[in-house]
Design a protein around this ligand. Structure first.
Ligand code: CP
Ligand code: NVA
Length: 307
């Protein structure tokens, strides 16, 4: 992996992604045999979280412990980055204390600025715009379940949000087709679509629909996420209205392949974007997907922090 940071899937080559997956597989297999390589002995990860998190926070923290290092959890009330002091000062000072920084915040530009001024690797642990660690986990999980990406159809039902953008980008890099159904006004934007097309060497890999049934038709994987992302709480009622026919339920899945796998980055809002029956059912791979966050984070930390 050549880049210093993980800010966006757009910065990774297909070879980088395959390298991350190879290291993930090795670390997962070793861990399951009871061995964790202490390749980050004595290294420290600073974790800035300006939004809630369960999977990301815990997987990074546990990953550092498994690899012999340590993590420091820093909330907005601890450091108040960008308000108590400039992002560039935070970046320069933290770089003198820690060996890497993971950050979950609102603006993608805050992460870019932090990375520009930090001399240590910076990892995007979710912004309003992107969630690259999740997309890496998701495609790794798909490969684990299907053995290949070749000829797979991935359908996303819901908001053209951070998860959808990172999934579209990784599909473009790895050559999968990404079919997304969103209500009017919540689609991926033309500007994003044209940049994603460039990532796929000019191939049209993202396909937009307004009818979830069309997006899901013959899909191998159906993916959904919340209708209301962190920071959009003021829009709850408007969004619930707009998305009400975009639920992943047994009726919708009749259009997909009979052996379809269902994914969700979590946290899920049961009864909204997904029914209990589906998330708890035989087609759900949601909890294997959540577990893989740990193994992907370990690979990312190994590849970025050991340099
Ligand atoms: N999927 C995910 O990032 O979960 P958290 O928000 O709990 O970290
Ligand atoms: N789209 C969701 C993802 C949570 C992991 C959010 O940003 O809240």
């Amino acid at each position: 992996m050549k880049c210093k940071d993980l800010i966006s899937i757009a910065d990774l080559s297909p070879t980088d992604i395959e390298e991350i997956f190879t290291v993930t597989k090795e670390l997962k297999e070793w861990h399951n045999k009871g061995y964790d390589e202490k390749c980050l002995n004595g290294k420290i990860l600073g974790m800035i979280f300006e939004k809630s998190s369960m999977r990301t926070r815990v997987s990074f923290e546990v990953a550092m412990v498994h690899l012999g290092g340590y993590a420091i959890y820093l909330t907005q009330s601890d450091i108040n980055l960008g308000k108590r002091e400039a992002v560039k000062d935070g970046a320069r000072v933290l770089s003198r204390y820690v060996n890497g920084i993971a950050i979950r915040t609102f603006g993608q530009e805050t992460i870019q600025e932090l990375a520009r001024f930090a001399t240590v690797p910076v990892i995007n642990a979710l912004s309003d715009y992107l969630h690259p660690c999740q997309a890496l986990t998701d495609l790794y999980t798909i490969k684990e379940k299907f053995g290949t990406y070749a000829n797979l159809k991935l359908a996303f039902v819901g908001d053209g949000n951070n998860i959808a953008r990172s999934l579209a980008q990784i599909c473009a890099k790895l050559g999968l087709h990404f079919h997304i159904a969103s209500p009017k006004g919540y689609e991926l934007t033309p500007d994003f679509l044209s940049k994603t097309k460039q990532m796929a060497d000019g191939n049209e890999v993202v396909h937009l629909y307004q009818d979830p049934r069309e997006a899901v038709e013959n899909a191998n994987v159906v993916y959904t996420d919340t209708w209301i992302s962190m920071g959009q709480e003021a829009e709850i009622e408007v969004r619930k209205q707009a998305f009400k026919s975009f639920q992943v339920n047994s009726d919708l899945l009749k259009s997909a392949k009979s052996d379809v796998k269902v994914m969700h980055c979590l946290p899920a809002h049961r009864g909204e974007e997904i029914t209990d029956e589906i998330i708890d059912g035989a087609s759900s791979i949601v909890y294997d997907q959540a577990e893989n966050r740990l193994h992907i984070e370990k690979a990312l930390l190994k590849l970025l922090l050991r340099k």
